[in-house]
Design a protein around this ligand. Structure first.
Ligand SMILES: NC(=O)c1ccc[n+]([C@@H]2O[C@H](COP(=O)([O-])OP(=O)(O)OC[C@H]3O[C@@H](n4cnc5c(N)ncnc54)[C@H](O)[C@@H]3O)[C@@H](O)[C@H]2O)c1
Length: 240
């Protein structure tokens, strides 16, 4: 869904063969169907990216289908609201698992395949919440700060393999995740308007606008960029 779907579609339109991995098989199948309807190549892989066996399965299935892996986009994420006092251990582990451990696991199994191809790119989806924070998003903020740090580490570790590793830090983007977060408030429409106002561009972003930056970071036009955190936030974080 959301940015993952927009990214998969954008890559397919550029001619990439896309392995769409998601825990929600209905949403994944829909994305694959859209790509195929446009004449693109895509497969769906049913996977919980927080589990090692599933992450390994993603690498194996992608190689079986397409003969190798050139680009990995670590995008899956879940939100949970709570301070460290309010958050249960299970909630902490769930958010850490999907948002951060998944980057470790999917990279662990896909990077060796990218190395076999002589190089490629990894793009992690972090958030502006890895750079600044707000009330009651303790585990989410921790994962996004972690994603930015892990991006830098991976960029250093795999530069000699000709693999560039970058991350994007979106502001508020109009996806099912954002709409679900707004629904948790008393006035969902008013909340979205507040979020729009907080951005210098006075709107929230579209998933396609983040997908275009991920596409840029995956291709040769960004050949001298690695370890970077690209803020895609309509100016959300630039004003005091
Ligand atoms: N929407 C925003 O405003 C915003 C802002 C900054 C960063 N982000 C980040 O962008 C990424 C995408 O978010 P989105 O807004 O498109 O969310 P979304 O909820 O619309 O889509 C997330 C996708 O991840 C999948 N997913 C969830 N748990 C999974 C798991 N365990 N295994 C495999 N797939 C799983 C979902 O099924 C869904 O298809 C996330 O990492 C999120 O934290 C979102």
């Amino acid at each position: 869904m959301g940015m993952g779907k927009a990214t998969a579609v954008a890559f397919a339109r550029e001619g990439a063969s896309v392995a769409v991995a998601d825990i929600n098989s209905e949403a994944g199948a829909e994305t694959v169907a859209q790509i195929q309807a446009e004449g693109g190549r895509a497969i769906f892989i049913d996977a919980d990216v927080a589990k090692a066996a599933d992450a390994q399965h993603i690498a194996i299935e992608a190689v079986n289908a397409f003969g190798g892996i050139d680009i990995l986009v670590n995008n899956a994420g879940i939100q949970h609201y709570g301070s460290v006092v309010e958050t249960t251990e299970a909630e902490w582990d769930a958010v850490l698992g999907v948002n951060l451990k998944s980057i470790f696991l999917c990279s662990k199994y896909c990077i060796p395949e990218i190395q076999k191809r002589g190089g490629g790119a990894v793009i992690n989806v972090a958030s502006v919440q890895g750079m600044a924070s707000q009330e009651r998003v303790a585990p989410y903020s921790a994962t996004k700060g972690g994603a930015i740090s892990l991006t830098r580490n991976m960029a250093i570790d795999f530069a000699s393999s000709n693999i560039r590793v970058n991350c994007v830090c979106p502001g508020s983007i109009d996806t099912p995740l954002l709409r679900a977060a707004a629904e948790l408030t008393d006035d969902p429409q008013g909340t979205v308007r507040e979020w729009e106002d907080a951005h210098v561009l006075k709107r929230i972003g579209r998933p396609e606008e983040v997908a275009q930056v991920i596409l840029f970071l995956a291709g040769d036009r960004s050949s001298f960029i690695t370890g970077a955190a690209y803020v895609v936030d309509g100016g959300l974080t630039i004003q005091l």
